[in-house]
Design a protein around this ligand. Structure first.
Ligand SMILES: Cc1ncc(C[n+]2csc(CCOP(=O)(O)OP(=O)(O)O)c2C)c(N)n1
Ligand SMILES: [Mg+2]
Length: 662
C-alpha cells in the first residue's frame, strides 16, 4: 500500500526534530509546519532528478526561510541525493558537515542558493526566474522550460527587500515564479500581531501577483493551489496556512518551536503522536522507498530532455553558455583601438566603451541599472530592454531597487547561463550590501558597476560622495574590488571581472581622467593588483600608492618631487585583493620591506585613510578624506581636501622634514 502523504511528511518532521535535538541547536518549527506542503511539492510538482542535481532544466527550489534548513536537508536525503547522508544529518550544524546551520550552496548540490538572511532567497529567486525566461527566449521550450519555487516565511515577507523583489517580478510578469508562504502567524518574538497588521495578500495583488490560499497541512489542498498557480500567467503567492512545530503536542503553534530543540520528553511525545518509529533518525522502509521513488519521478523527463539536447543544433552553444567561461578575445582589438587614440575620459564612460566590445563578443551578459542607466553608462547601443514581452532582451531596468537588483543578479548568476552586471552609485552599495555579501559568500560571479566613486562626483555633495565605501567593500572576503585609473585599466579590470569566479565591483569615476597608461603592454598589468606605473628617476625615496582618479594626481606630484631631487615611484593599485595574492618577490619589488625612513610610502585615495597603513606601514603617510564630503564642483572639492599635486608635494616634503628623512 502507498504510504499516505501525511506519513511521508512525518518523516521530515522526525528528521528535523531529531537533528535539532542531536545538535541541541536549530529550528524544528518551520520544517514541521511546512512538511506537508513540501511533500506535495516534491512528490507531485517539482521537476527534478535526484540522480543529477545539475540537470539544467530542473525546477529551482529556494528555501528562503533558511533557518528551516532541516526541511531541505530532509528532502534531499529522502529523495536520494548523494548528500546529505543520514550521517550528515546526524551531524547537523557540526564542524565539517555539509548540513550547515543555514543552507549553503557550496556545501551540497541541490542547494541552489545560500539562504538565512531573510528575504534574500525570494529576491534571488526573482533573478532565477528572469534567467529562465531569458534562456527560454533564446533556446526555446525544448531546452529551457522550468519553474522557480520558493518557500518563504513571515520574516521573508516582512523584510524591505520583499517589496523590491515582488515589484520587479510583477512588472516582468514572471509567471514561472511560485512562492509558498508559510503563514504560521509566528516569528521569534511571538505572534505576528505584535509587529504586523498589513494585508500581505493584498500587497502582492497590488504588485500584480496572482494569489491563492490553501490548508498548508493538507498535501492535497496544497497541490490544488500549486496547480492553480502553475495555471496563472502571473507570479504566484500561495498562502499556506500552517501551524509552526506541527506535531509537537505541547509546543506547536508557539514561538517555542521556532529555534530551539524541543526537548527529550516533547520529542518522545511527538514521535508517538506522529506514529514515528521509537528510534531517532529512523525512517520506515516503505516511507523511504516512496520518497526515493519521488526522487526518480523526473528521470524520464530528464532522459527526454537529454535526447532533445543531443538532437539540438544549439547543443554546443547551450552547454558553453552554461559552462560560464568566456573568452577575452575582445580585449586585444579593443586596446589596439584605445591606444590609437588616447584621450581623457571618465572611467564610467571607459566602462561603457569596453562594454560595447564585451556585449558584442559575449552574448551571455545581461546589463542593468537601478534607475541610473545614463549615469552608470551600463546600457550599450545594441542591448534591448528585457521586458515581459521581450525576455530575449539583455538590459534590465531594475528601478530604484539596489538591494533587489543585487539579489536578483545573484540569482541569475547562480542559475547559470547568464552573466549579470548592474549599476548604481558607489555610495549606494550600502543599499545593496547584504546582497553583495551574499554574492561573495556564494561565489556568485556578478559584476557591480559602481560609478560616481568619490568626492569627484561634485555638487551632489556628502550624501552621494563615498568615503568609507571602498575600504569597507575591500574588507568583504571573496569580493574583488577594482578601481581603475584610466580607460586602459578599466578594460583590463573588466576582463579580470569577466574571467573571475568571484563577484567583482568596478569603482568608476564621474569625472574625466587623463590617460596614465601610455604604453601598450602584452600583460594585463591590472591582474597583479598593483604595479609600478612610473619608476623613480633618482634614488627612490618615496613610493606613491594611488588608485583610480588619484593616480594622475600621484603622477603629477611625483614629477614635482623628482624636480626637487626626490626619486619617486608611482604605483597604481587597481585591486588590493589581487596584489595581496602576488608572490612575495613581486610584492617585495613593488613595496620593499624597509623602514619608512629609507623609503617613505604614501597612499592617495579620495576616501577614508582607514586601512591604508597596511601598505604605507604605521609610519607612512596616508592621504585621503577622513570626514564626510562637501557639496561643490569637483575641482573645488579636490582642492578643499588637499588632493592636488602641489598640496600633496607639500605634505610629503613636510612629512619627510619632520621625520628627518633625507
Ligand atoms: C535579515 C534577517 N534578520 C533576522 C534574522 C533572524 N531570524 C531568523 S528566523 C527569524 C524569524 C522569522 O520568522 P518567520 O519567517 O515567521 O519564521 P518562523 O518562526 O515561522 O519559522 C528571525 C528574526 C535573519 N535570519 N535574517
Ligand atoms: Mg512565521
Amino acid at each position: 500500500m502507498q504510504p499516505t502523504d501525511r506519513r511521508l511528511a512525518n518523516a521530515i518532521r522526525g528528521l528535523a526534530m531529531d537533528a535539532v535535538e542531536a545538535a541541541n541547536s536549530g529550528h524544528p518549527g518551520m520544517p514541521m509546519g511546512m512538511a506537508d506542503a513540501a511533500t506535495a511539492l516534491f512528490t507531485r510538482h517539482l521537476k527534478f532528478d535526484a540522480a543529477d542535481s545539475h540537470w539544467p532544466d530542473r525546477d529551482r527550489f529556494i528555501l528562503s526561510a533558511g533557518h528551516g534548513s532541516m526541511l531541505l536537508y530532509a528532502l534531499l536525503y529522502l529523495t536520494g541525493y548523494e548528500r546529505p547522508t543520514l550521517e550528515d544529518i546526524k551531524r547537523f550544524r557540526q564542524l565539517g558537515s555539509p548540513t550547515a546551520g543555514h543552507p549553503e550552496n557550496y556545501e551540497m548540490p541541490g542547494i541552489e542558493v545560500t539562504t538565512g538572511p531573510l528575504g534574500q532567497g525570494l529576491a534571488m529567486a526573482v533573478g532565477m526566474a528572469v534567467a529562465e525566461r531569458h534562456l527560454n527566449a533564446i533556446y526555446g521550450d525544448e531546452l529551457v522550460d522550468h519553474r522557480t519555487f520558493v518557500v518563504a516565511g513571515d520574516g521573508c515577507l516582512m523584510e524591505g527587500i520583499n517589496h523590491e523583489a515582488i515589484g520587479l517580478a510583477g512588472n516582468l510578469k514572471l509567471g514561472r515564479l511560485i512562492v509558498l508562504w508559510d503563514d504560521n502567524h509566528i516569528t521569534i518574538d511571538g505572534s505576528t500581531d505584535l509587529s504586523r497588521n498589513e494585508d500581505v495578500v493584498a500587497r502582492y495583488q497590488a504588485a500584480q501577483w496572482h494569489t491563492c490560499e490553501c490548508d498548508g497541512l493538507n498535501a492535497d489542498d496544497v497541490s490544488r493551489a500549486i496547480d492553480e498557480a502553475v495555471g496563472d500567467p502571473r507570479p504566484s503567492l500561495i498562502r499556506c496556512k500552517t501551524i509552526i512545530g506541527f506535531g509537537s503536542p505541547n509546543k506547536q503553534g508557539t514561538a517555542a518551536t521556532h529555534g530551539a530543540a524541543l526537548g527529550k520528553d516533547e520529542v518522545e511525545a511527538a514521535r508517538e503522536g506522529l506514529g514515528l518509529p521509537a528510534e531517532a533518525f529512523a525512517v520506515p522502509d516503505d516511507i523511504l522507498t516512496a520518497w526515493r521513488a519521488a526522487g526518480k519521478r523526473g528521470a524520464v523527463d530528464h532522459a527526454l530532455w537529454k535526447e532533445r539536447l543531443e538532437a539540438s543544433s544549439a547543443k554546443d552553444d547551450f552547454l558553453a553558455r552554461l559552462n560560464g567561461k568566456v573568452s577575452d578575445a575582445w580585449l586585444r582589438p579593443y586596446l589596439d583601438k584605445l591606444f590609437a587614440d588616447l584621450k581623457p575620459v571618465a572611467t564610467r564612460k571607459a566602462s561603457e566603451m569596453a562594454l560595447e566590445a564585451i556585449n558584442a563578443a559575449i552574448p551571455a551578459t545581461i546589463g542593468g541599472s537601478a534607475d541610473l542607466t545614463g549615469s552608470n553608462n551600463t546600457k550599450t547601443r545594441a542591448l534591448e530592454p528585457l521586458t515581459h514581452d521581450n525576455y530575449a532582451g539583455r538590459y534590465i531596468y531594475y528601478g530604484i531597487r539596489e538591494f533587489g537588483m543585487a539579489a536578483a543578479m545573484n540569482g541569475m548568476a547562480l542559475h547559470g547561463g547568464v552573466i549579470p552586471y548592474g549599476g548604481t552609485f558607489l555610495v549606494f552599495t550600502d543599499y545593496a550590501r547584504p546582497a553583495i555579501r551574499l554574492s561573495a559568500l556564494q561565489k556568485a560571479p556578478v559584476i557591480f558597476v559602481m560609478t560616481h566613486d568619490s568626492i569627484g562626483l561634485g555638487e551632489d555633495g556628502p550624501t552621494h560622495q563615498p568615503i568609507e565605501h571602498l575600504q569597507s567593500l575591500r574588507a568583504i572576503p571573496q569580493l574583488e574590488v577594482y578601481r581603475p585609473a584610466d580607460a586602459v585599466e578599466t578594460a583590463e579590470c573588466w576582463a579580470l571581472a569577466l574571467a573571475s569566479e568571484l563577484p567583482s565591483i568596478l569603482s568608476l569615476t564621474r569625472q574625466n581622467l587623463s590617460p596614465v597608461r601610455l604604453e601598450r603592454t602584452e600583460e594585463n598589468l591590472s591582474a597583479r593588483g598593483a604595479y609600478r606605473l612610473k619608476a623613480a628617476g633618482k634614488a627612490r625615496k618615496v613610493i606613491i600608492l594611488a588608485t583610480g582618479s588619484e593616480v594622475e594626481i600621484g603622477l603629477a606630484a611625483a614629477d614635482r618631487l623628482e624636480q626637487q631631487g626626490i626619486g619617486t615611484d608611482v604605483v597604481s593599485m587597481p585591486c588590493t585583493e589581487r596584489f595581496d595574492a602576488q608572490p612575495w618577490d613581486y610584492r617585495e619589488d613593488i613595496l620593499p620591506d624597509v623602514s619608512n625612513r629609507e623609503i617613505l610610502r604614501v597612499s592617495i585615495e579620495a576616501g577614508t585613510t582607514f586601512g591604508w597603513e597596511r601598505y604605507t606601514g604605521l609610519h607612512g603617510l596616508r592621504i585621503g578624506i577622513d570626514r564626510f564630503g562637501v557639496s561643490a564642483p569637483a575641482p573645488d572639492a579636490y582642492a578643499y581636501f588637499g588632493l592636488t599635486p602641489d598640496k600633496i608635494v607639500e605634505r610629503i616634503t613636510d612629512f619627510m622634514k619632520q621625520r628627518g628623512i633625507q
